[in-house]
Each structure stands twice: as C-alpha cells, then as structure tokens.
Design a protein around this ligand. Sequence first.
Ligand SMILES: C[S@@+](CC[C@H](N)C(=O)[O-])C[C@H]1O[C@@H](n2cnc3c(N)ncnc32)[C@H](O)[C@@H]1O
Length: 352
Amino acid sequence: MERRLAAEPWYVDRLSIVGSRLTVEGWSMPVPGAGEPADGWFTVNGRRFDAIRYPLPRADVGDVFWMREAAAMCGFEATIGEFAQPYPGGVLEIRRVVPDTPALERGRDSWFKPDPALHADLPDEGRRFRVIGDRDADGFLVSGATDYHRIDRAMQAVAGRRLADFDRVLDWGVGCGRIARHFPAVRAQALTGCDIDADNVAWCAAHLPGRFAHCEMAPPLPFPDASFDAIYGISVFTHLQEPMQSRWLAELARVAARGALIAVTIHGRTAIDFSRLPPAEHRRLVDEVRRRGIVFNGANAQLDGHADHRGEYVNVLHDADYVRNVWSRWFDVLHILPGYILHHDLVMMRRR
Ligand SMILES: C[S@@+](CC[C@H](N)C(=O)[O-])C[C@H]1O[C@@H](n2cnc3c(N)ncnc32)[C@H](O)[C@@H]1O
C-alpha cells in the first residue's frame, strides 16, 4: 500500500451550469496530513466555492487505485452561485489545491472546460473515437482544453514562454485537432499539425486555423531541418515500438531547431496504476517495464481502415529511467512529469 502516488490522480466527472449556479463533481486523492487550505480544497477561476463536500466515499475509484492508501475516500462536490461569467478568456478552470505540488507540475492541478459556444464545429464521433477512444463530445472538449493548457503551463514553467509565443510550433500526431483547436486563433500562423490519418488531417485543414500536413508512418516528415521551436506529441510514442520510436526521435531532432523544446507523452507507472490490474499482475508488469525499459502491451486497431500503419501502431509502456537514458542520445531530457496528462507522463526535452 502506498501513501501517495507520484501523480496523485484526480478527475472532474461532471460540471453543470444551471442559471448562474455551477456544480462540479469528481474525485481527487486526499492530501495526507495537510489541513484545509484557506480558499478550500478546490477553486474555480481563482475563486472560492460557496460550499465544498470533500472527501466523500468513492468505492469505484478505490477499486482502481487499490495500491493507494485512502483512495476510496476521494470524492468531492463543489458549488458556487452568482457565477455569471464562467468562461473568462474562453475557458473555465477548476483547480485542486495540493500545497506541495512542485511549481513545474502545477498544471496537473487544473482542469479546463472551454466555452462550448466557441466550439460548435466539432469532428464527428468516428473521427473523435480514433484519437481518444471515446465518442463523447463534452469529454473531447474538456480533455483537449485540459491537455492544451497543461502543456502551456509546462512550457511556461520550463521556458518562461507560453506555447503560442513560440513562432513555429508542431503538433506531431494532431489527429482531428483535439488539442490544436485550443491554440489561440490569433497565433494560428505559428501552428503546424501533421498526422498519418489523412482524413483527420483534411478535417483539421477545413475547420481549424493553422497549417496541416499528412505524413507517413515512418520518417521523414515533409518539413526542412530546424523548422520548429516547439514540438508536442500527445499519445504518439505510446504507440510505437522501439525501432520505430528511435527513427522518430531522430526525425524530431532533425526538424527541431537548436534549443527547441519538445513535449511528448509516454505511458509509464501512472498508466499501469490506472489499468485496473489485480495486485500480482500489477507487480509483474511494473517489474517487467522497469527491467526491459519499453514493453509491447497489445495491438491497437483504432486506426485500422483509416491510416496505413502497417501494423506499427500498437500500445507500449515505457520506464522513466529508460527514457532518461536512451532518449538522451537525441535530446536533453529535462523532466518527466508523472500523470501530467491524465494517465500519460509528460516528457519535456530540449534539442541540443
Ligand atoms: C492516440 S491518437 C492522439 C491524437 C492527438 N495527439 C490527441 O491527443 O488527440 C495518436 C495519433 O497519432 C497519430 N500517429 C500515429 N503514428 C504516427 C506517426 N508516425 N506520425 C504522425 N502521427 C502518427 C495517429 O494517427 C493518431 O492521430
């Protein structure tokens, strides 16, 4: 039994606005030994809630995180009335307060819901399902905004600049723009997205500001050397086995300018903790990933019929030390932020 998990996961299950009253329900691992912060355990757009009930029983969450002490007592419900302008700047932010989160990892303590009125034009269910394995439109918007703003916070923490302040940004594996759609439209000239899924790339090109290009499963990308100052790739290395991973690390290093920042995700210990495995199987998988560094974790059919991946698109798990050691051949591996993108760990790197 562990006292804390590296990522201390949390989740917003439901967020409803009725008139000017906002109610948020979710779960967040209880903070061991800490007293309630002055503004309460959760805030909305930097404001106190009128009422918070926390912690509440959540046996379903306790069943998933059986390895975490007191995980079954993690539910919360928070309400606020007189909440007239829920989306300042187009987005609503729910923050949980964990007093000792390192500054670099604070983005993980916020969830973001974008103003649905600004996102009426969505890709259809099939296109959404291919990138996130879920057909729910609201989940597509909340997860995309949350991932975008968390990456943005990590860039600010590491580089002192917002993601949209970089002049040449690549979304590698853009899919149907789940994250790219939150890039500020006024800076769209800075954004390029690419993907092997030609249909999703065409959807992005027709519906989102920015430049979008089709690419192949194996390098090269259709861009000259040193084309980008910042690159992010969410849930792409989670699908490539080692030989293909190495080719893509070399290719990202080629298209990244000297000093460019790279933010990509892996499935590591946090993903294993999320995976509902019984204790013996959980222990076996943690040990195997630690021993082997990168482990094939099953086939993936989500792109079948939509992109020519030649059987190369699968599921893999990474060990953080393996990533630090092996990926440093191509980049300076600056930080690995556990569970920063829900069950993904975010690897922050710099091109030498
Ligand atoms: C799990 S989806 C994530 C999509 C998007 N990054 C997001 O988070 O919504 C993985 C994406 O990577 C794309 N992909 C897979 N292999 C790729 C490659 N070699 N180059 C570029 N994109 C790739 C897939 O087509 C798919 O859109």
